[in-house]
Write a protein that binds this ligand. Structure first.
Ligand code: HEM
Length: 505
């Protein structure tokens, strides 16, 4: 994954030495590449490393700057890998609609391969029959509307606990709460209950949060093999491979415990209905009408996809919502009066009210535009040669779609840097992959299957945060001093944690 190209000094020196050694080879390689794709705009690069040095630790930002100079369809040479960077709605449409099938695969990247059981999962797995079958399971059995509705009580319980936690934390900390931490606990607990069927105790939750944070880190970390496949052995030498394997062992131990527990519950007949994802998958394992038998490993990796895909992203979205609202008091006032008007007299905002909260929905959409939780979506790879506009794109070209840049495209968005939820009122633009100037969940065959699940959690949590409390910044923090930089990693939560003072109403 390209998201976080942080090079340590050892790695940098090694790269420079190898640069010298491979200088000629690098040159001839570039020539042959440029023969294959003669016309694509491409920033000039250095021998051997190509354009790698032009990518910062926040790649969506540096790619956006490069695209302003070189256009919305540019070819970067990242080490020995040709990478197509897509930065406009029309080019995104070419990739994810016109040529959706050609670009439906994912490259095999080191961290994903080790952590996701040899890419045996839905998110990082290559396009093919196995991916189609698991995607079908995901849509039909795990993330269907019926399943999402069945978790309504889980969401309500966890949101109520969150409100209690806020009050407790505030009274223990001179009125200040770490909103980021509260939201982390909420997203973790809702996902774990729905996926694994149980809440985690404090210690296990801490372990899971650490596993998720480190997975995002590793997926964004520079692996030499990803850009210089022949230098795979340097990842072993520098210890990255060992770190990844140890991290994988931790995930596996975490998941195996739940799987074994639920297998024995099923054997004893203690689990009668398919309530949680884990039980659904274990029951499918015994279903003779399935086109293939799900192995325990495949069950673990699908659980991992759901847990990892659902937590960090929803957390980033909720956290950015609160950040933007505190910085925009007029919007905060408007959205609070909408929520309070609709749920007036109730103890909490219940799910049946959410449909009426059109301004709050516009706030969430605006946050997804400015701060898409996965700013570069997930990388894709072409399955065959293809022509985009007048350019030939060879088979196995890696593709990065910059959703963060697309949400700032001046042709489609008036005053794109401004936070203006009103732009979505009375506008039927949605995030379901039909509007290519707005793709926070991706589009086409690989679009996120968890949209409904995520939105259900985010809307209920935000509505209740705004209904139950008024919010202000602690006295030592001002709006202007808030750092709006996003964190490095495959997802982009805000770098700094958000601390606020909740005032009960
Ligand atoms: C705000 C929350 C979320 C955001 C912004 C988000 C965003 C994304 C994006 C951008 C992709 C890649 C799409 C592409 O390549 O075109 C993706 C894929 C995926 N997401 Fe989400 N996601 C969210 C929540 C969830 C949830 C709750 C789940 C599951 C419980 C989930 C599971 C997945 C999976 C399994 C994939 C891989 C799909 C595939 O490659 O076929 N996501 N998501």
């Amino acid at each position: 994954m390209l998201d976080k190209l942080k090079m340590g000094p050892t790695m940098l020196v090694t790269l420079l030495l190898i640069t010298m050694f491979f200088l000629l080879a690098g040159r001839s390689k570039r020539k042959s590449i440029s023969k294959k794709i003669p016309l694509l705009p491409s920033p000039p690069g250095l021998p051997f490393i190509g354009n790698l040095h032009q990518i910062s630790s926040l790649p969506h930002r540096s790619l956006f700057e490069l695209s302003k100079k070189h256009g919305p369809l540019m070819l970067l040479q990242l080490g020995s890998i040709s990478t197509l960077v897509v930065s406009s709605p029309s080019t995104a449409r070419e990739i994810m609609r016109t040529h959706d099938l050609v670009f439906a695969s994912r490259p095999s990247l080191k961290a994903a391969r080790i952590l996701f059981y040899n890419n045996n999962d839905l998110a990082f797995g290559p396009y093919g029959e196995y991916w189609r079958q698991t995607r079908k399971i995901c849509f039909t059995n795990l993330l269907s509307l019926k399943m999402i509705q069945s978790f309504s009580l889980v969401r309500m319980e966890e949101v109520s606990l969150m409100i209690k936690r806020i009050a407790l934390m505030a009274s223990a900390n001179n009125g200040v709460v770490c909103v980021s931490e509260i939201l982390n606990t909420l997203t973790c607990d809702v996902i774990c209950k729905s996926v694994l069927g149980s809440s985690l105790n404090e210690e296990r939750r801490k372990l899971l949060c650490e596993l998720i944070r480190m997975t995002s880190f590793f997926l964004g970390k520079l692996s030499l093999e990803d850009f210089f496949p022949r230098l795979w052995w340097l990842d072993v030498l520098f210890g990255l491979e060992g770190e990844l394997r140890r991290h994988f062992e931790k995930w596996d131990a975490f998941l195996v415990e739940f799987v074994e527990d639920h297998v024995s519950q099923l054997a004893k007949g203690e689990t009668t209905s398919s309530t949680y994802f884990i039980d659904v998958l274990l029951q499918l394992q015994k279903d003779s009408s399935m086109p293939f038998v799900l192995t325990n490993e495949q069950i673990k990796v699908l659980l991992l996809d759901m847990i990892f895909g659902g937590t960090d992203t929803s957390l980033a979205l909720l956290d950015w919502c609160m950040v933007e609202l505190i910085r925009n008091p007029i919007v905060m006032e408007k959205v609070q009066s909408e929520v309070r008007g609709i749920a007036h007299g109730e103890e909490k905002v219940r799910e049946e009210y959410l449909g009426k909260l059109s301004y709050m929905k516009a706030v969430i959409k605006e946050v997804l535009r400015l701060h898409p939780p996965a700013p570069l979506l997930l990388p894709r790879e072409s399955l065959q040669d293809c022509q985009i506009q007048e350019y030939n794109i060879p088979k196995k070209t890696r593709v990065i779609i910059n959703a963060w840049a697309i949400g700032r495209d001046e042709v489609y968005w008036k005053e794109p840097r401004e936070f203006k939820p009103e732009r979505f009122l009375g506008d039927d633009v949605d995030y379901k992959g039909n509007d290519f100037h707005y793709i926070p969940f991706g589009a086409g065959r690989r679009i996120c299957p968890g949209i409904q699940f995520a939105i259900a959690v985010v809307e209920l949590a935000l509505a209740n945060l705004l209904y139950c409390f008024n919010w202000k910044l602690p006295s030592d923090i001002s709006c202007d001093s808030m750092d709006m930089e996003d964190d490095v990693g495959i997802t982009n939560p805000r770098k700094e944690k958000l601390y606020l003072v909740p005032l009960a109403i």
